[in-house]
Design a protein around this ligand. Structure first.
Ligand SMILES: Nc1ncnc2c1ncn2[C@@H]1O[C@H](COP(=O)(O)OP(=O)(O)O)[C@@H](O)[C@H]1O
Ligand SMILES: CC(=O)OP(=O)(O)O
Ligand SMILES: [Mg+2]
Length: 371
């Protein structure tokens, strides 16, 4: 019997799931952490509250999602004081995410001193990025001194989804070239060649790349200098603008894709433009990754938007017939893990439900069994 608790401490929420083997015993989400009139004041309080409410007899491990593992962690690890210190050192590279992850680990460690704590990193899957993919074209000494490079995120999801895609298609994972599109609150694209991440859209932090619920994704860095010099905004103001008040929210007034789709259907022009900007960015990455991979076998949509928003999938891949990429309308409107490209299409377009918690539990179990 192997019971594992998974804690996914996000920037304003904690998702948790308690497993007995592969079976979920219980799960939940604590939201609006730190918001006035909302839930608990901080992540530590939220995790204490979750642990207090659970019967954790027989627990063998707690698996923690840790967003930034820097250059150091390319695989999940058992948490000790050294690991904890290393995760703390990475806070400046992921100020929105790593402090929450740390709080979860510290509270769980104190409450469950006899249970193994395992850290599973979002960045780990991207350790295979070629040097040319991880390197920004800036002064090398400056980059080295400040750890400036592409790390990539959502790795647990990209790894799980690319593997599931190969299973769904009945193809060997080690021989498949896949583009995975994780479209949730945060969103990122990944090119997976023969089971290895070779390109991904998030960079030094989870701000770069695709348009997200509240994050801008790619933009000209001069926007930042301009807002600082001409607009008089502080660096913290600009950080808040690009991370929390941009993306779908900044363009349309709402960050939830369901609402963007409803407003767009009702003729709201701002929502229509937000949708177009969002989908066009995806199209551009698919084209870029097609060129980098040379041959694409599959494209997989996942996470809240990728799994549920048929209009996004259709629009993002529209006009790519010359690349062998097409979406069948009837299949696109269906349910569950499936192929949505027409029969006989050169590229198999798929919808795959991601399950970061299950994957974290699996990795935590492996680490405990192996160590
Ligand atoms: N039926 C749906 N149609 C369109 N978008 C949806 C639907 N269901 C969920 N979403 C989108 O998914 C987003 C959340 O994705 P999710 O993967 O759960 O996010 P995260 O795990 O990053 O918090 C929501 O903000 C919403 O925009
Ligand atoms: C890394 C990241 O962006 O995570 P999330 O999608 O949970 O915000
Ligand atoms: Mg997510």
């Amino acid at each position: 019997m192997s019971r594992v608790l998974v804690l996914n401490c996000g920037s304003s929420s904690v998702k948790w799931r308690h497993y007995d083997g592969d079976r979920t015993l219980d799960h939940g989400t604590v939201e609006r952490i730190g918001e006035p009139g909302g839930g608990p004041a901080d992540h530590a309080g939220a995790v204490r509250h979750i642990l207090d409410g659970l019967d954790l007899t027989g627990l063998t491990a707690v698996g923690h999602r840790v967003v930034h593992g820097g250059r150091r962690f390319s695989a999940p690890v058992l948490v000790d004081d050294t690991v904890l210190a290393a995760i703390k050192d990475l806070v400046p590279l992921a100020p929105l995410h790593n402090p929450a992850n740390l709080a979860g680990i510290e509270v769980a460690r104190a409450a469950l001193p006899d249970v193994s704590q395992v850290a599973v990193f979002d960045t780990a899957f991207h350790h295979t990025l070629p040097e040319a993919a991880a390197t920004y074209a800036i002064d090398r000494d400056t980059a080295e001194r400040y750890d400036i490079r592409r790390y990539g995120f959502h790795g647990t999801s990209h790894a799980y989804v690319s593997r599931r895609t190969a299973e769904l298609l009945g193809r060997p994972y080690e021989q498949l070239n896949t583009i995975t599109l994780h479209l949730g609150n945060g969103a990122s694209a990944c090119a997976v060649a023969n089971g290895r991440s070779v390109a991904t859209s998030m960079g030094m932090s989870p701000l770069e790349g695709l348009v997200m619920g509240t994050r801008s994704g790619d933009l000209d860095p001069t926007v930042i200098f301009h807002l600082r010099r001409e607009g008089g905004l502080s660096v913290d103001d600009i950080d808040d603008l690009l991370n929390h008040r941009s993306g779908l929210l900044g363009l349309s007034g709402v960050n939830d894709m369901r609402e963007v789709l409803q407003r767009r259907a009702a003729g709201d022009r701002a929502a229509g433009l937000a949708f177009d900007v969002y989908c066009r960015r995806i199209t551009g990455y698919v084209g870029a990754y097609y060129a980098l991979l040379g041959r694409v076998d599959a494209i997989a949509f996942t996470a809240g938007v990728g799994e549920n928003a048929a209009p996004v999938r259709a629009a993002a891949l529209a006009g790519l017939d010359r690349l062998g990429i097409a979406v069948d309308d009837a299949r696109n409107d269906g349910d569950g893990d499936r192929v949505i490209s027409p029969a006989g299409a050169e590229v198999s377009v798929c919808v795959i439900r991601t399950d970061e918690e299950r994957e974290i539990a699996r990795q935590a179990r492996d680490v405990v069994a192996g160590g």
